[in-house]
Design a protein around this ligand. Structure first.
Ligand code: HAM
Length: 419
């Protein structure tokens, strides 16, 4: 027997309603804010991610599914959706349709991480990208969308955490300050941090081991230039006026290198170690880096698997979609065609019908109907047809009546509405 690859999931059955629910609210939120969908390939040239996510990040260093295709090209399964979206924006010259361009995506991403609850090797994101605005109004709107989306799902136990990484020049000064600070205590920090000290010193701030050292580290806010500080202040001020709740964390850094300016994460209170349900921020240099015009941009993405855990942990009721409402059983050769006709008539009325396609006796058909949790069963029998009637049975209560053939669809519909 074959088994699924470690860190992947088969999604089916009872969980499906959560996927439909989240995807529906994601699409509706995107629509309300003027976003249109983009579906990029799930694999890209490896270089795209090295260039954008950053060669020294964990994602590029340790987590990418990279392989050579039969043509000798280096290919990578996308670890995230921003770089492909921006690649598509540049390649398809979307700039001609006017800026800002608002794009959203829903789909699988791949990272070779150690699987645990809320962390998989294939996971799914809903993300949005607002391409072409440098105004704080874009940051504000993006954070509002993230907040509204999470709220619309019904979640309450979450926090939005924000920080500003400033511009390139601010970060250069800040990196120097961090190097000086950590340089003095380098023998005390963990081995990972020792390595990151040279490659990506900002990441020392969100090390899970050296939390205490990070607390006393210099804060980026003290290194922001006038422009970046004003942008950050303006954004916070308007968010407060709009009563969008957020917390500031001067140690918030992101695992991807393309960010600058305001970054944010959404954490859920009942998720344990993998508490980030979403994250995002500004990446003003990325479009140019990938060959496009200078185009300040920003966005965010949420992890759908983590949202599902959050919905379950908060006991948010998610409505099951109406499936398998009526089972249509039949007995005898002559009954088959009539049963099929009735099934089609019910479906034309928007009712989900499971028609018996097996050569089975009535009791096995009814057993199957109960297993599928059908509410009603219509039994078309040769004997009854001679009197032009069929049987309608409520599988939950066991009540059953004979109904004239021509009235069966109307009556079944009424019973369903009442049930
Ligand atoms: P990210 O923070 O790497 O950002 O991922 C966003 C979300 O994807 C995380 O908050 C988490 O919920 C989910 N996620 C990430 N890795 C895993 C995993 N291994 N298993 C399950 N869920 C996971 C980005 O990917 C950026 N592209 C977001 C962005 C869009 N920034 C600007 N625009």
């Amino acid at each position: 027997m074959y088994k699924k690859i470690k860190g992947t999931e088969d999604i089916y059955g009872k969980d499906m309603k959560y996927w439909y629910y989240i995807e529906k609210i994601a699409r509706e939120t995107a629509r309300l804010y003027g976003y249109s969908e983009i579906r990029t390939p799930i694999f890209e040239q490896t270089e795209l991610f090295v260039r954008s996510v950053g060669k020294d990040t964990d994602i590029v260093q340790k987590e990418m599914y990279t392989f050579e295709d039969k043509g000798g090209r280096s290919i990578t399964l996308r670890p995230e959706g921003t770089a492909p979206t921006i690649r598509a924006f540049v390649e398809n010259s979307m700039v001609v349709t006017g800026l800002p361009k608002r794009l959203f995506y829903i789909g699988p991403m791949f990272r070779y991480e150690r699987p645990q609850l809320g962390r998989q090797r294939q996971f799914h994101q809903f993300g949005i990208e607002l391409i072409g605005s440098s105004s704080p109004m874009a940051d504000i709107e993006t954070i509002i969308i993230a907040d509204k989306f999470i709220k619309n799902l019904g979640l309450v136990d979450y926090k939005i955490i924000i920080n500003s990484l400033g511009c390139e020049r601010d970060r250069k000064k800040y990196r120097e300050a961090l190097k000086e600070y950590y340089g003095n205590i380098l023998d005390k920090v963990c081995d990972d941090c020792k390595k990151r000290y040279n490659t990506n010193v900002l990441r020392l701030l969100d090390c899970k081991v050296d939390v205490e050292y990070a607390k006393n580290a210099p804060k980026i806010i003290d290194y922001l230039c006038e422009n970046c500080k004003n942008h950050y202040e303006k954004t916070k001020e308007i968010l407060k006026e709009l009563d969008i709740k957020f917390e500031e964390n001067p140690r918030l850094v992101r695992g991807l290198d393309y960010y600058n300016g305001i970054i944010f994460e959404i954490h859920h209170g009942k998720l344990g170690a993998q508490s980030a349900v979403g994250g995002g921020g500004r990446y003003d240099k990325l479009v140019k880096e990938l060959g496009g015009p200078d185009t300040p941009s920003l966005g965010f993405a949420v992890g759908i698997e983590r949202l599902i855990i959050a919905l379950k942990n908060e006991n948010i009721p998610v409505e099951d979609f109406k499936n398998n409402e009526i089972f249509v059983a039949h007995l005898g050769e002559k009954a088959k065609l009539v049963a099929l006709e009735i099934s089609e008539e019910l479906r034309e009325n928007g009712i989900s019908v499971v028609f018996n396609t097996m050569e089975r006796g009535l009791s096995s058909q009814l057993k199957h109907a109960s297993r599928l949790k059908c509410k009603l069963c219509i039994i078309v029998g040769e004997n009854e047809l001679e009197r032009d009637v069929v049987i309608l049975r409520n599988l939950e209560t066991g009540d059953q009546v004979e109904i004239e053939r021509d009235f069966i669809v109307g009556t079944a519909k009424e019973w369903l509405e009442e049930s």
